[in-house]
Design a protein around this ligand. Structure first.
Ligand code: ADP
Length: 488
């Protein structure tokens, strides 16, 4: 996959995620506001019913209390009417036999009219009473706290609002007439409250208001969108998985690029020693070339050197493939670190001297037997020495010092110090990371893939040791390896 394709996919996926999140959040917001509206609607309906019930109660109260009294007051007048109507009735009955149906109907109408007048008189009196007396009754009596609480509870339940509520009745000036036990002004201000005018048909100057709030309303509304939580959770998991996939894709891409570069580089590097060896073979084969002992010596040196070079390149390819394997198979054996290092330095000396440098070994360790895989141990030291040559300074001759010494707890300390270009502090933390290379412009000609030190780090740890580094820019670098002695 091309890098641009990965970027394209990343952007598409990122936009999709943003869109998805946006849709989810706005859906959730809509749900909340819808639930809020529904809630408010339910509360308003309940409050309206409560006030209507209170009004009906009051009408009933007046009807019951006053009816009998008014009845007696109105009765004498009515009795005149009634006796008259009775007379009418009697004469009506007497003459019933010989009366025409039309006049019989007429007298019935009259009876009904009289009854109607009586009832209307009654009601008018009651209504007059309500109008004149009711508004002068204290609000506590007109709508007593227990009744209001009961009505509110019933109505809220009827509207499906089964959650605790607090209420108060306040007068026109905002002073509280009475309130429920848990009613608090602080909570009121932090919650939505609903207000309904009590006895709205009274003169405005006498108005009182019923104020209600629900302490648990927010939780109640939010609990209705709980079902959205899994969808957010899944989106989040999807996002994490996607991020991980993208990181892996980029890493994989980088690795593939590195491997390709590495292989190209290696093929090139292989060609030179192969052609040198083949040239030497041709010379041996050529009868026209005189084969003096000096000549033979020269040819054998060339073959030897070039084979070594080839072997080194092959080693590098092997090291590279190590990273792809999960576990390295080590062929552990006891070796004397002093001897091993001495041999490595001996082989390396020529290379250092070629660049006008010097290499010194201070092998002070008296106990130097370590249990390692010799091939990997040699590679580790070789990589460090190779880096010292690669990252040498041009202005001063390279000076390399390799030391061994015994340290407490039966450990061996090996150091490789150079006087090269050094490493900046911020880079120092990363140099053991795979593919990390210091991006200094001063050494463009140096080839590398940032794998050498990663390999060294991995190997030292697999051999049960530790590696650290000290460096100062333009002064030099010192790698310190601590390995357990076999005795340990
Ligand atoms: P490579 O040499 O292939 O780039 P390494 O893993 O061997 O990769 O090294 C990582 C980086 O550490 C190098 O790019 C180099 O900048 C820095 N480095 C390693 N050894 C030395 C050294 N002896 N002196 C200065 N810089 C070094």
């Amino acid at each position: 996959m091309k890098k641009s394709t990965i970027w394209f996919l990343t952007i598409i996926m990122a936009l999709t995620f943003i869109g998805l999140l946006y849709v989810q959040i706005s859906y959730m917001k809509n749900m909340i506001s819808m639930r809020d509206d529904q809630f408010a609607e339910g509360v308003k309906r309940s409050l309206y019913t409560v006030t209507t019930s209170l009004e009906q109660d009051e009408a009933k109260h007046f009807l019951e209390a006053d009816l009998s009294q008014i009845e007696t007051a109105l009765l004498p007048n009515f009795q005149i009417d009634a006796s008259e109507s009775k007379k009418l009735d009697n004469s009506f009955n007497e003459r019933a036999g010989n009366l025409a149906p039309a006049s019989r109907y007429k007298s019935m109408q009259e009876v009904l009219r009289n009854q109607y007048i009586y009832q209307r008189g009654l009601l008018n009196e009651v209504i007059l009473n309500i109008l004149s007396e009711a508004r002068n009754r204290p609000i506590r009596e007109r709508a007593d706290s227990a009744t209001v609480a009961l009505y509110l509870k019933t109505e809220f339940e009827n509207n499906g609002l089964n959650l605790p509520f607090e209420f108060a009745v306040v007068n026109r000036n905002g002073a509280t007439v009475y309130k429920s036990a848990g009613y608090s002004v602080d909570e009121l201000s932090s919650n939505d409250s609903y207000v309904q005018t009590l006895f709205p048909n009274d003169n405005q100057a006498h108005n009182n208001y019923l104020r209600v709030y629900f302490p648990e309303k927010t939780g109640y509304i939010h609990s209705s969108i709980k079902f959205m939580i899994p969808s957010f959770l899944f989106t989040f998991i999807l996002l994490l998985t996607f991020l991980y996939t993208i990181v892996v894709a980029f890493r994989q891409k980088k690795l593939t690029e590195m491997k390709n570069d590495f292989i190209n580089n290696m093929t090139h590097e292989f060609k030179t020693p192969i052609s040198s060896i083949s040239l030497a073979a041709q010379m041996l084969d050529d009868s026209s070339v005189r084969k003096s002992p000096a000549m033979l010596q020269h040819i054998s040196t060339v073959i030897n050197d070039e084979t070594k070079r080839l072997r080194f390149q092959v080693e590098k390819v092997l090291q590279m493939s190590l990273f792809d394997r999960q576990k390295t198979t080590l062929r552990l054996q006891d070796i004397d670190a002093n001897i091993a290092i001495y041999n490595i330095i001996h082989t390396f000396k020529l290379k250092v001297e070629k660049y006008g440098g010097s290499i010194e070994a201070v092998l002070d360790a008296e106990e130097a037997e370590i249990n390692v895989d010799e091939m990997h141990f040699t590679n580790v030291i070789f990589n460090l020495l190779d880096n010292a040559v690669k990252y040498r300074r041009d202005d001063v001759p390279l000076k390399l010092v390799v030391t061994t010494e015994d340290i407490p707890d039966h450990n061996l300390r090996i150091t490789v110090a150079d006087n090269g270009i050094g490493i900046r502090k911020e880079d120092l933390k990363k140099i053991f990371e795979k593919f990390f290379r210091v991006s200094t412009g001063n050494r463009h000609d140096v080839k590398g893939f940032g794998l050498g030190l990663a390999y060294v780090h991995k190997m030292v740890h697999e051999l049960g040791g530790e590696i650290s580094v000290e460096s100062e820019l333009n002064i030099g670098t010192k790698f310190i390896i601590i390995l357990p002695l076999t005795k340990n």
